[in-house]
Design a protein around this ligand. Structure first.
Ligand code: ADP
Ligand code: MN
Ligand code: MN
Ligand code: MN
Length: 334
């Protein structure tokens, strides 16, 4: 075959939480993936009478599912005037990241998610009722604690084969709930890798008869929600504890503006229980998993490092959370 397959991936305009979309283009070997188009009226990105949207390739990696010369192509969505579409949060991040490039910001994102069965209940939950209460599931081992490990391992291997910057995985506090970590990487890069990793997760779950959900509170009641803890540092913070504290103070001065953009349903997750601070309260502290921002204990010991913003939801737009942190912390330090 002197052709290869390019899977074009983009983020749609569905509210309140976007979905990922993709379609395949066959290209001649050696040809670069060109700009392409799609029907925006089918993705909540346009009206039917003027439905064309443009796909602009911005990040590509090997396609670990198809293998061979095939690739995944993450795209920004543009309108037909080649301006960023209103749903294109990556374009806004690019501007802010460029403005503050000298701060050399790094991010590590902890993406939590939940596998759902076709009846909508999490893996490990009976169809009616509840499993044993939370306790043994987090980082657990054994058939009555762990649900979905095959798909989790498969997903990790796919991400590594694709060259994505995954740094770990773990089972979470609720049955059927897991986490993967991406980074540390720069603001645009970490969000690109996270989006491709999310797509690979949804894609491979098709083979395991389950769905990966980024819902931030998939089960009401006494069950942990799903977040996307965002670990963040500037060059200054990696050299000084004072800069880490200054970053927490800067976030405190604009915390409400941030939390409003940290994902749909955040008030149901940030309740003050289940290792969260309440959504309308701001606090930071060393080792404090009940704070809005945690300073890891090693950071206090070493007198330098990074901070963890514990507020973003699992369903957060990673281009929004990285833009806000870069903007809030770097503008205050400028
Ligand atoms: P937790 O103890 O909160 O579960 P994890 O180990 O899941 O922590 O995630 C920590 C994340 O922090 C990892 O993704 C890691 O890459 C990231 N990280 C480590 N150092 C830095 C740094 N200097 N700046 C930003 N992120 C960092
Ligand atoms: Mn973690
Ligand atoms: Mn976690
Ligand atoms: Mn964490």
């Amino acid at each position: 075959m002197n052709v290869y397959k390019a899977e074009y991936i983009w983020i749609d305009g569905t509210e309140p939480t976007t979905l990922m979309r993709s379609k395949t283009k066959i290209l001649e070997k050696g040809a670069e993936p060109p700009i392409w188009g799609f029907d925006g009226s089918s993705t909540n990105q346009a009206e039917g009478h003027q439905s064309d949207c443009v796909l602009q390739p911005v990040f590509q990696c090997p396609d670990p599912i198809r293998g061979g010369d095939n690739i995944l192509v993450l795209c920004e969505v543009l309108d037909v005037n080649m301006e960023p579409h209103r749903s294109n949060s990556r374009a806004k991040l690019r501007e802010v990241a460029e403005k503050y490039a000298s701060f050399e910001c790094l991010f590590g994102l902890e993406q939590e998610y939940t596998f759902l069965k076709s009846d909508g209940t999490p893996l490990g939950f009976p169809s009616n009722g509840y499993p044993a209460p939370q306790g043994p599931y987090y980082c657990g081992v054994g058939g009555s604690q762990i649900f979905g490990r095959d798909v989790v391992e498969h997903h990790l291997d796919l991400c590594l084969t694709a060259g994505l910057g995954l740094s770990g995985i773990n089972a979470e506090v609720m049955p059927g709930q897991w986490e993967f970590q991406v980074g540390p990487l720069g603001p645009v890069e970490v969000a690109d890798h996270l989006m491709v990793a999310r797509w690979l997760l949804c894609r491979i779950a098709e083979h395991y008869n389950c769905d990966a959900s980024f819902d931030s509170k998939p089960v009401k009641g006494d069950w942990n929600g799903a977040g996307c803890h965002t670990n963040f540092s500037t060059k200054q913070m990696r050299e000084s504890y004072d800069a880490c504290v200054a970053a927490c103070e800067a976030i405190g001065s604009r915390f409400m503006e941030m939390v409003e953009q940290y994902g749909h349903g955040i008030q149901d997750r940030l309740t003050g229980a289940h290792e969260t601070q309440k959504w309308d309260t701001f606090s930071y502290g060393v080792s404090d998993r009940g704070a809005s921002i945690r300073i890891p204990w090693q950071v206090e010991r070493d007198g330098k490092g990074y901070i963890e913003d514990r507020r973003p939801n699992a369903n957060v737009d990673p281009y929004v959370v990285t833009r806000l942190l870069v903007d809030v912390v770097c503008s205050a330090a400028s």
